[in-house]
Design a protein around this ligand. Structure first.
Ligand code: HEM
Length: 509
C-alpha cells in the first residue's frame, strides 16, 4: 500500500479514483462494445468530467492576478512600549508568513506589467492567531469615502456594453473625484509599473492603533521596505513585457527563490499620539495622504524574508484569505472609514469566494488551536471534534483577556449622518511636492508621457479638460505639458475650497 508520504511528494504513486481505488486505465472510458454509448456505472470517468467542470472558483473581484511565497517575519527592535501583541514581546521572535502579491484591476490572466497598484497581502501566523497586513505598494489610496470603492473600480474595469477597458470612463471618474490625484500622480510615474511583484515596497496606508499593556495607544502606519530597493520600469518596457512575457512577475519571484535570492524587507512604523493627531493640520485618518517622515520618522521593527515557493499554487496562494480584520490583541483598527469598510468586505468576499469555512483551509489555519462555538457549513474540514458548540459547564472554554481591556480607548458619540468628504486645496499639496521636489527631470518626463498615453486616448474633450484642470491644481506646468503632449488647449486649475476648510482630526469627546 502507498504510504501517506506519497501524497504531495515526488515519489511514484499509484493512480486512483478520487476515493482511492486503483484504476488500471486512467484514459479509458467504459462503453458498450467498441462503438456504443458510454456507461453511467463508470464512476471514475463521470467523476473526472464532473470535477473538471467545477475546477474554477470565483476569482478575486479585485487583485485577481497574483503570485505568492512563504517565509518568516523576525522582530529586530523592541516596541513593547507601543504594543502588547505577543509577536512583538521580544526581539528575535519569529513567525511564519505567507505573502501574496497582486495587480489590481485586470483579470487573473492579464499582464504582470499593467500600470496600477501592486498588492502585498501578508499573513503572519502568531501565537495569538493570524495577523494579516493587506497592503499596497503606494502609501495612499484613490478614495477616502468607502462608498466610492465599487463605482471607482467599475470605472477602471470593463465597459458594460463594449466589454472593453475605456479611458473615457476611467478619467471621467478620476476627474470628478479629484481626491484621487495623489494616487494618480504616483501611479502614472514609473512607480505605477514595478519591475516585478517582489521588487517594490508595501504600505499599510491606513493608520492602525498599537495598544500597549497599560492600555495606551498610538496611531501607527506600517511601511514594508524592500531591502533591494524599489525597481520600476518605463511604459515602453511594460508594454513589451505585456506582449512577450506577461507572467514575468510570477516567474521572477519563483526563480529568485529557487536561486536562493530571497526577497527581504525591513518593516518600519510611523507613530502619532492622539494629542499629536489632534494638533495636526489635516485629518490623519485620511488615506489619500501620507504623514511627513521628517516629523514622524520611520522606526524599524522587523524583517520579512521570503524563502519558500508554494508547492501548490491553488491551495497555498489562490485559497489564501487575507483580511485587514484579522488582527491580534495589541493591534486595532483606527476609525479611518475606508479601513472600517475593509474590515467587513474581505471576510465577506472570502465567504463567497472560498466558502464559509475558508478559515479551515490549510493556508489560512492559524498555528494556534481555534476553539469557539462556530460549527458546520460547507466544507467543515476540522469541526472541533467532540467539543460542545456552546459554553458548557462540563467542558467550558477559558476566556483570556489582555490587561488593557478596560483601559484607555477611543469613545464615540454622535448622531448617524451620511458623511461624504470634500475636496480642498490640501488635496493637491502632497502631489505637488511629489511632482516638484521628489521626482527628478526624467521621472517628470515619464509621468507626462505616461498620462498623455492614456488620457490622450480618451475621446471626450470635456473629460480631458476636466482632468487637466485637476493636474493644473497640482501644478500648472504639469498640466500644460500634458495638454501639449496630447494636443489640446491648456486649462486653468480647478477651483477648490481653501485648505483651512479641510476636515481636521478631532478625537471623539
Ligand atoms: C473601501 C476600500 C476597499 C475595498 C471595498 C476593497 C475590497 C477588496 C476586495 C473585495 C478584495 C478581494 C478579497 C478576496 O477575494 O480575498 C480586495 C483585495 C485586496 N485589497 Fe482591497 N479594497 C479596498 C481598499 C484597499 C486598500 C486601501 C488596500 C491597500 C492599502 C487594499 C489592498 C488589497 C489587497 C492587497 C488585496 C489582495 C489580497 C490578496 O492577495 O488576497 N484594498 N480588496
Amino acid at each position: 500500500m502507498p504510504s501517506q508520504a506519497v501524497f504531495g511528494s515526488k515519489e511514484q504513486a499509484v493512480y486512483t479514483t478520487s476515493t482511492g481505488a486503483p484504476v488500471s486505465q486512467p484514459y479509458a472510458a467504459q462503453r458498450i462494445g467498441k462503438y456504443g454509448p458510454l456507461l453511467l456505472q463508470d464512476f471514475h470517468h463521470i467523476d473526472v468530467l464532473a470535477h473538471f467542470a467545477r475546477e474554477r472558483i470565483p476569482e478575486r473581484v479585485v487583485h485577481a492576478k497574483g503570485a505568492g511565497a512563504h517565509g518568516y517575519i523576525e522582530v529586530t527592535h523592541d516596541i513593547t512600549d507601543l504594543t502588547c501583541a505577543a509577536l512583538f514581546d521580544a526581539v528575535g521572535n519569529k513567525a511564519p508568513v505567507t505573502v501574496r502579491f497582486s495587480t489590481v484591476i485586470g483579470e487573473a490572466g492579464t499582464s504582470d506589467s499593467a500600470r496600477g497598484p501592486r498588492g502585498m497581502g501578508i499573513k503572519i501566523k502568531t501565537e495569538e492567531g493570524n495577523l494579516d497586513w493587506v497592503f499596497n505598494h503606494t502609501p495612499v489610496f484613490f478614495i477616502r469615502d468607502p462608498a466610492k470603492f465599487a463605482p471607482f473600480v467599475h470605472a477602471q474595469k470593463r465597459d458594460p456594453q463594449t466589454h472593453l477597458r475605456d479611458p473615457d470612463m476611467s478619467w471621467d471618474y478620476l476627474s470628478q473625484n479629484p481626491e484621487s490625484i495623489h494616487q494618480v500622480v504616483i501611479l502614472f510615474s514609473d512607480r505605477g509599473t514595478p519591475a516585478g511583484y517582489h521588487r517594490t515596497h508595501a504600505y499599510s496606508a491606513h493608520a492602525f492603533k498599537f495598544v500597549n499593556s497599560e492600555g495606551k495607544f498610538v496611531y501607527v502606519k506600517i511601511h514594508v521596505i524592500n531591502d533591494a530597493g524599489c525597481k520600476t520600469m518605463t511604459a515602453v518596457e511594460a508594454t513589451r513585457l505585456a506582449g512577450e512575457d506577461p507572467d514575468f512577475g510570477i516567474k521572477s519571484l519563483f526563480n529568485d527563490i529557487v536561486a536562493g535570492n530571497y526577497p527581504s524587507y525591513t518593516v518600519y512604523i510611523q507613530t502619532m499620539t492622539s494629542e499629536e493627531a489632534e494638533n495636526f493640520r489635516y485629518n490623519i485618518l485620511d488615506v489619500t495622504k501620507v504623514w511627513p517622515q521628517a516629523k514622524y520618522p520611520l522606526r524599524p521593527v522587523g524583517k520579512i524574508v521570503l524563502n519558500k515557493n508554494p508547492e501548490n499554487y491553488f491551495a497555498e496562494v489562490e485559497q489564501a484569505a487575507f483580511a485587514p480584520a484579522h488582527l491580534v490583541p495589541g493591534i486595532e483598527p483606527s476609525a479611518d472609514p475606508v479601513l472600517q469598510a475593509r474590515l467587513f468586505v474581505y471576510p465577506d468576499a472570502q465567504r463567497y469566494r472560498l466558502g464559509v469555512n475558508y478559515g479551515q483551509l490549510a493556508v489560512n489555519v492559524p498555528v494556534v488551536p481555534v476553539a469557539n462555538f462556530q460549527r458546520d457549513g460547507f466544507m467543515a474540514i476540522k469541526n472541533q471534534g467532540f467539543r460542545p458548540s456552546y459554553q458548557s459547564s462540563i467542558l467550558p472554554l477559558q476566556y483570556k483577556a489582555k490587561a488593557y481591556e478596560h483601559a484607555e480607548h477611543e469613545v464615540f458619540l454622535g448622531a448617524a449622518l451620511a458623511d461624504l468628504s470634500e475636496v480642498t486645496e490640501l488635496d493637491f499639496e502632497q502631489p505637488r511636492v511629489l511632482w516638484s521636489k521628489v521626482l527628478n527631470d526624467e521621472d517628470r518626463t515619464h509621468l507626462v508621457r505616461n498620462v498623455a498615453g492614456h488620457l490622450g486616448s480618451a475621446k471626450s474633450a470635456e473629460i480631458k479638460a476636466r482632468q487637466l484642470s485637476v493636474f493644473a491644481a497640482v501644478d500648472q506646468d504639469l498640466a500644460d505639458r500634458i495638454a501639449d503632449a496630447i494636443g489640446v488647449p491648456r486649462v486653468q486649475p480647478q477651483k477648490v475650497k481653501p485648505a483651512e476648510e479641510a476636515l481636521r482630526f478631532r478625537a471623539p469627546s
